[in-house]
Design a protein around this ligand. Structure first.
Ligand code: MN
Length: 148
């Protein structure tokens, strides 16, 4: 786990975001969240509880609700586990300034995890089904829902 980038990007005297994780263990089953982040560019932050942190991707067009739609997902810095419950306003001038709301949350299970592919079942309020993240290079991944 490496939260250094998360901490370096933020001024916790200014932002209401979690400044530490009280939680250091991963839930069983692990949880996911999709946070709608209305920042300079609206996007959806997709986060999975893994390896003691929230592995995170910014998905400009949102997590596809059905198969047949591939969405760009740009990996962002690991976030502390407590961020899974964060919703609120990040003040102007701060990193990610804008509003954050929880768009979906639930649990997931990993189906396949290798260097290039992360496949998992999401059990959320809005999203349910098998999803795949494929690493296409650098920070870029493709996110799509699999056919049954
Ligand atoms: Mn964001």
């Amino acid at each position: 786990m490496d939260l250094q980038e998360y901490f370096l990007k933020r001024d916790f005297a200014q932002t209401p975001e979690p400044d530490a994780s009280m939680k250091t263990y991963t839930s069983q089953p692990p949880r996911f969240v999709v946070q709608k982040h209305n920042a300079s560019h609206l996007h959806y932050d997709f986060r999975l509880e893994m390896e003691g942190v929230l592995k995170s991707w910014a998905v400009p067009k949102g997590v596809p609700p059905e198969p047949g739609i591939k969405r760009l997902a740009v990996q962002t810095e690991d976030h502390p586990l407590d961020y899974i419950d964060f919703a609120g306003v990040i003040p102007q001038g701060q990193y990610g300034a804008g509003t954050v709301e929880i768009w979906d949350s639930g649990t997931f299970e990993i189906v396949n995890n290798n260097e290039k592919i992360l496949e998992f079942n999401l059990n959320g309020r809005r999203l349910a089904g098998t999803y795949v993240l494929i690493h296409t290079g650098g920070k870029n991944w493709l996110l799509f829902r699999k056919n049954k």
